[in-house]
Each structure stands twice: as C-alpha cells, then as structure tokens.
Design a protein around this ligand. Structure first.
Ligand SMILES: [Zn+2]
Length: 320
C-alpha cells in the first residue's frame, strides 16, 4: 500500500475522532449543564423598558385642582396611541420572568402604572384597560384601602378604591397590584419611606419593615397572595430601604427618576430603583409620547424632576 495512502487514511481517522469528541463535549455542555446555557444567553440580553406613571382620572373634563389627574378620554387616547405604534403592555411579573427565568419580553415593551389607588382608577381607568386589553400596574396605599373599605365614601375625585375594587381588578388578569407602603405616604420630618437624618439603622429598619409587612399581611388576608414589588412614595429611596426590601424578598422597586430603564436577563439587580416618567395633564398623547420615547435615553431630566417635586408638594399639602 502506498505510504501516502496510509498517511491520508490515518489523518482521516484522527480528524474524525477529534470531531466526534468535540461534538460530544459540546452536546454535554449545552444539554446537561443548563447554567452554562443561561449565562451565555443572559450576558447579551438587555431590554429597554419605558414606564409611564399616572395618578388619577377625571370624567367629562371635570376641572379639579390636581394637575396629575387627567381626563379619562386622554388616557384612552394614550393607550390607543401606544397600541397603534406597536407598543406592548407588560406587568412587573413579566419583568421578573425575563430577568430571573429568561422568559422573553415582547418587542417594544412598555409599562403603565397608577399610583395611590384612587377610586377613579377603578371607575374610569379599569373599564378602558379591559376594553383595550391592556396591562397596567396599580399601587395603592394600604391604609387608604382599609379606610375606604370601612367608610363607604365613593366620591371619584378624592376617595380611594376599597378591597372589593382591588380584588376585582386583580382577578381580571390585566391589573397587577403592588405595595406603595401601608402608611408612609406623607412628607413631614420623613419624606415617604426614606430614612431620617438622625435615625439609627435599627430604628429605621424596625419602622420601615413593620410598615411594609403590614401591607403584605392585609393584602394576603384580602387577596390570598402578596406583591413582589415596592413602589416608593414620592420616589424617595435610600440605600437602607433598598437593602431591607431585598432582604424581605421584593424582586423589584420603583422610584420617580425620569428615565427609560435597561433590564438584563440574569441580573436581578437591574430590577431595583426603576425609573418612571410622570404623565401630567394638558399634553396630547402624541406630543407627550413622542417627546419621551423618541430619544430614549436623552430625556429632559430637569423638567421631569421639577414635575416630581411639584407632585410631592401637592401630596404633602393634602396629606394623602
Ligand atoms: Zn404615591
């Protein structure tokens, strides 16, 4: 047999064996070591999430003082604008599933949130959400829900939703309810849930933890489940509050910083202190969303923080 033939045959067998061993190694790596697969995918998976923050709605252009209450028809136009422009509504649960379980988010994901749990959210926003099949996140103040479950005042311009309203919205599958504190939604010596200047770590932890857990407990009693996210009153956060919420098992927190968020699959920290953009009244849907969606990261942060500040003052003066 010619030497060249023997050489080529041996070379062929060597290459075949090396290929087979490589193939088996890759198969083992991808099929039997799931972490390797997830980490590889997670390292390149980011999602941009714009979150728009509403408070209350009025009906028939009713004139009221609160500049963060908008007409319900304007809210309907907002939802229609977002849908017509290809945006898909998601809830906190979708963000958690993306980050913790690598479940993909829809293209152009967007989140709509309502803070403070006003009755008008139930009366005017919830029917539009159902008609448009649009997801939203509502964050009531625990004590207000409890109080308005007792006093039966149903004035849509200042009353808060009761447990029956909250339960009905939660059962719809379109509305998620999250924790907005039990009774720390005020500005006095303390701004919202933020640690006070001369308060000890232990004192603060005791106070904040007991408030958060009180909300979780009454929520469990009335709805048979507990929220997984905390929405800071007035967006007032601090290092200590974040650590306490993480320790209590909260998977996401929301501030009022006016920015579009980037969250990362496999990075649980990317779900904390998410920014939100306030929706004021008197701005048409197209103008409002084009301003804040077009340039993505380049937001007018000065005007947004001014709006947050005005809102904080408004709440403080009404002691809601
Ligand atoms: Zn609030």
């Amino acid at each position: 047999m010619p030497r060249i033939y023997v050489y080529l045959r041996n070379l062929f067998f060597r290459v075949a064996i090396i290929s087979l061993v490589s193939l088996i190694s890759f198969a083992v790596l991808f099929c039997f070591i799931p972490n390797f697969k997830n980490e590889t995918k997670a390292s390149v998976k980011n999602a941009k999430i714009p979150i728009f923050m509403y408070h209350g709605l009025v009906h028939n252009n009713k004139k009221i003082e609160n500049k963060f209450f908008i007409d319900d028809e304007l809210f309907r136009k907002d939802i229609k604008f977002l849908k017509h422009n290809g945006y898909n509504s998601v809830g906190v649960n979708d963000l958690i599933n993306f980050v913790h379980n690598d479940v993909p988010l829809p293209e152009k994901s967007i989140m709509v949130m309502f803070d403070d749990g006003y009755l008008n959210n139930f009366l005017y926003a919830f029917p539009i959400i159902k008609e448009e099949n649009f997801k939203a996140v509502f964050s009531p103040i625990g004590k207000c829900v409890e109080d308005y479950s007792e006093i039966k005042d149903r004035n849509p311009y200042y009353a808060h939703a009761n447990w029956n309203d909250i339960r009905e919205m939660s059962n719809s599958g379109l509305v998620e309810i999250q924790n907005h504190s039990y009774n720390m939604h005020s500005i006095g010596k303390r701004k919202g849930c933020k640690k006070m200047r001369f308060e000890s770590d232990d004192e603060y932890k005791k106070k904040f933890k007991s408030d958060v857990l009180k909300f979780q407990s009454v929520f469990q009693d009335n709805l048979g489940k507990t929220p997984e996210a905390f929405v800071y009153p007035f967006g007032a956060t601090c290092h200590e509050s974040e650590n306490i919420l993480k320790e209590l098992g909260f998977k996401a927190t929301f501030s009022c910083e006016g920015k579009i968020n980037t969250i990362t699959s496999g990075d649980p920290d990317s779900l904390y202190r998410l920014g939100r953009i306030i929706r004021p009244n008197k701005i048409e849907s197209e103008k409002y969303f084009k301003k804040y969606l077009k340039n993505e990261d380049i937001l007018d942060s000065r005007s947004l923080s001014k709006l947050s500040y005005e809102y904080a003052h408004l709440c403080a003066s009404k002691k809601t």
